[in-house]
Design a protein around this ligand. Structure first.
Ligand SMILES: Cc1cc2nc3c(=O)[nH]c(=O)nc-3n(C[C@H](O)[C@H](O)[C@H](O)COP(=O)(O)OP(=O)(O)OC[C@H]3O[C@@H](n4cnc5c(N)ncnc54)[C@H](O)[C@@H]3O)c2cc1C
Length: 377
């Protein structure tokens, strides 16, 4: 098999696809308007989980994502995967009752979860000194991904296996399987392939609109859309400097999610998957300091540490908030992947999409995530 595959977008999805396609013998070119992993995949909480995901098909897809990361870690090291486990704490009797119910639901679906007593939490997270701690839950299989390392490692491996990477060229038109790009200098280049795979995140909608195809992802909010945006998916992620007695797990409490950061500090999100902000809302810029205060109330060791890095992430959101992974046109010239939870899903989607594009077999896990469920296409 030496099919010529052109992948648009070198985020976590595009890099995972490039690695999997080259591994299966395809001849791959990957084009990005910027650098590797520089868009949403650089501004993500990167929590790998199938925790509270609905509906069931999406929960199952995320579980396959988690398992694919685990397989990659045992097969080839995958040093970007940190399977720390996730501890959700409760600080009132009501929160504890809700957690008990949540654990029971997850266990009944075969998802690993167990309740923790306050003293078990203190053993697992010695630096956590949460007031009014009533208990918690451990989701041991969950973890986080160092997305920069994952993107660059997978892309490097694809390049070593013969792939070509074209950075700083923006795809501006697609005609059949010929893609036209515009360089930073305004020059135009053309690339031919047997099949084009769109993994351009929030760029896919714009590229396809230019060829008259309405692609059902939400416009990011505050991004200059005519109606002021849909309040879709702006999230803010902040990271402290290194902390000596840091955090060992993903730790979640009301209003905050925290995890170890690659610099030895702690990364925070107000809500890792559901926070919604308008980019024009000035209160957005208060979030990092509010989160640091909230974190200090749980980890007193953070008293002398400052926020070192803040990033704004724009979620890639299909209209129903789930995943799109499907052929765009019936002639199988153009395939598109666009998804929230893309960090969790990347390893599984790469395998399933490669199977579909190179061997023509619709992967059963992707059946519910086709384009036919949207009226617009
Ligand atoms: C605040 C926040 C928190 C999140 N938390 C989690 C989490 O905890 N767990 C989880 O699993 N997921 C999480 N996500 C979602 C996850 O980060 C995304 O689903 C994932 O990063 C999407 O990856 P992608 O490769 O599809 O898109 P991107 O990373 O955006 O990559 C798309 C690439 O396409 C390129 N591109 C765009 N337009 C063009 C063009 N015209 N020509 C060429 N190239 C182009 C861009 O430059 C970019 O490099 C979070 C997202 C946000 C914003």
């Amino acid at each position: 098999m030496n099919e010529k595959v052109l992948i648009v977008g070198a985020g976590i999805i595009g890099c995972s696809l490039a690695d999997e396609f080259t591994r299966r013998g395809a001849s791959v070119t990957i084009i990005d308007a910027a650098e590797v992993g520089a868009a949403t995949s650089a501004a993500t909480f990167a929590w790998i989980n199938s925790n509270n995901k609905k509906p069931l098909e999406y929960s199952n897809l995320n579980l396959l994502g988690l398992q694919a990361h685990e397989r990659a870690a045992s097969r080839e090291g995958a040093r970007w995967f940190h399977q720390t486990g996730n501890i959700q704490i409760s600080q009132s009797e009501d929160e504890l009752a809700a957690l008990e119910q949540k654990v029971a639901e997850h266990v009944s679906q075969g998802y690993e979860a167990k309740l923790l007593t306050p003293s078990e939490i203190r053993q697992l997270e010695p630096s956590l000194v949460a007031p009014h701690l009533t208990g918690g839950a451990l989701f041991p299989k969950e973890g986080w991904i160092d997305t920069a390392t994952m993107c660059t490692s997978l892309l490097s491996r694809a390049l070593e296996a013969g792939a070509t990477f074209v950075p700083f060229e923006s795809v501006t038109a697609i005609n059949g399987t010929t893609v036209t790009t515009t360089t930073l200098d305004g020059d135009h280049h053309k690339y031919d392939a047997d099949v084009v795979v769109m993994a351009a995140g929030n760029g896919t909608r714009k590229i396809l609109a230019a060829v008259g195809t309405d692609f059902p992802t939400l416009e990011p909010s505050g991004m200059g859309t005519e109606n002021g945006g849909s309040q879709a998916g702006v999230g803010i992620i902040s990271t402290t400097g290194p902390v000596a007695s840091g955090i060992r797990h993903i730790v979640r409490a009301t209003g905050i999610a925290m995890r170890p950061a690659r610099n030895g500090g702690i990364t925070f999100a107000d809500h890792p998957t559901g926070g919604k902000w308008d980019l024009d809302d000035p209160r957005l810029w208060n979030v990092p300091s509010e989160l640091l205060e909230r974190a200090r109330s749980l980890y007193p060791a953070l008293r002398n540490v400052a926020t070192e890095n803040v990033s704004i992430g724009i979620r890639v959101l299909p209209e129903d908030g789930l995943t799109i992974s499907d052929w765009v046109y019936p002639d199988h010239s153009l395939y598109a992947v666009a998804t929230h939870s893309g960090v969790t899903l990347s390893a599984h989607l790469a395998e399933a999409v490669a199977e579909e594009v190179l061997n023509g077999n619709r992967h059963p896990s992707l059946q519910p995530f086709g384009l036919s469920r949207f009226a617009t296409v």
